[in-house]
Design a protein around this ligand. Structure first.
Ligand code: COA
Length: 325
């Protein structure tokens, strides 16, 4: 059974913050942020906008683009590291859009989340278990940032992107490769730091409490620039597709310098990299489907073209998917 991407959709909060606005808050400058990261602004969700609401907007956009009703969906996979509910927000998303015939679950793989979720959806389609799957990547990283930490707060933004995947004789997903290196976990974390221990008999039971994001920027940079070109090459080699045959590369939108370094290591022109991070910053699991949706809407991507998607981030995790559009 072929796995076909039927449609895309996305959503970002209305409120956005320009680099200049950080200058009053922390010791930084528009120039530093732009030249080191490529980011000009990011969208932030106010308290009235839940992760579920953002994800639902992106999902509804993708459903209308596919001419499907929410009840046509059999499975929802929500990639997020910032759910409204620690038990998972996919079921909240199911209720929000009225996809009453679906089963729903979350996947947590940080900025690689959408790649892992899309690969997971493809397995369920290939086995014939489900017909129409909604895959959403959504994150509200702004809620987990220490806004006085200049090394992280300037990087992230909030958003959601979605695709509907269905069965078809036409196969969109040619191949994939997923990787994890838990030894490097400490380079990028959002740790549970239990406090307020309560005594239960002889033992202390800590009460769950999450800290803000912590990152070793230099190590994450080195990791991305080394591993991402390698996983892309391995994935293409397995399919006997040369790098020159790829029309577009849609990578996790973390930093323009990372994307430039990867383009250089792959010996591809930077013009083949789809980028939108100047407008959104790093939106974690949302960044790839958001960039994909924009590239579809602006008619950059044409039927029959070959596209590489690649995500990387906390875990550390990384991976690539080769698509035929
Ligand atoms: N404004 C101004 N100065 C800043 C700053 C900011 N927002 N953040 C850090 N600096 C300072 C540092 O404190 C350091 O000062 P020092 O030389 O006095 O110690 C200086 O700028 C250089 O810092 P450095 O960490 O070497 O900068 P860099 O060129 O490595 O860029 C990142 C920092 C975070 C932009 C870069 O490492 C990066 O993008 N890493 C990958 C992060 C990422 O994408 N994470 C998510 C992956 S999913």
């Amino acid at each position: 059974m072929g796995v076909h991407i039927l449609s895309t959709g996305s959503s970002v909060p209305n409120f956005s913050v320009e680099n200049k606005q950080f200058e009053d808050m922390i010791e930084t400058s528009d120039y530093w942020i732009l030249t080191r990261t490529g980011i000009k602004k990011r969208h932030l969700a106010p308290s009235s906008t839940s992760l579920t609401k953002l994800a639902a907007e992106a999902a509804n956009n993708a459903l209308s683009a596919a001419n499907l009703k929410p009840t046509d969906i059999n499975l929802i996979i929500l990639a997020t590291s910032t759910p409204d509910d620690l038990f998972g927000s996919a079921s909240q998303l199911q209720a929000e859009i009225g996809a009453t015939a679906s089963v729903a679950f979350d996947i947590t793989a940080a900025c690689s989340g959408f790649i892992v979720a899309l690969v997971t959806a493809a397995q369920f389609i290939q086995t014939g278990s489900y017909d129409n799957i909604l895959v959403v990547g959504a994150d509200t990283m702004s809620r987990w940032i220490n806004w006085s930490d200049r090394t992280t707060c300037i990087l992230f933004g909030d958003g959601a992107g979605a695709v509907v995947v269905g069965q078809s004789l036409k196969n969109s997903i040619l191949g994939f490769k997923l990787c994890t290196d838990g030894q490097l976990n400490s380079h990028l974390q959002l740790m549970n730091t239990p406090k307020n221990n309560q005594k239960f008999g002889f033992i202390d039971i800590p009460h769950g409490n999450y800290n803000s994001i912590t990152m070793n920027g230099k190590e994450v940079y080195k990791f991305a620039v080394f591993q991402v070109p390698m996983v892309i090459r391995q994935c293409l080699d397995n399919l006997n597709i040369s790098i020159d045959e790829v029309d577009w590369f849609i990578l996790h939108q973390a930093n323009t310098r990372i994307l430039e370094a990867i383009a250089s290591r792959l010996s591809i022109p930077f013009s083949k990299m789809i980028t939108n991070l100047e407008h959104y910053g790093n939106t974690s699991a949302a960044s790839i489907p958001l960039a994909l949706d924009e590239a579809i809407k602006s008619n950059k991507i044409k039927p029959g073209q070959t596209i590489v998607l690649s995500g990387f981030g906390a875990g550390l995790t990384w991976g690539a998917i080769v698509l035929k559009w």
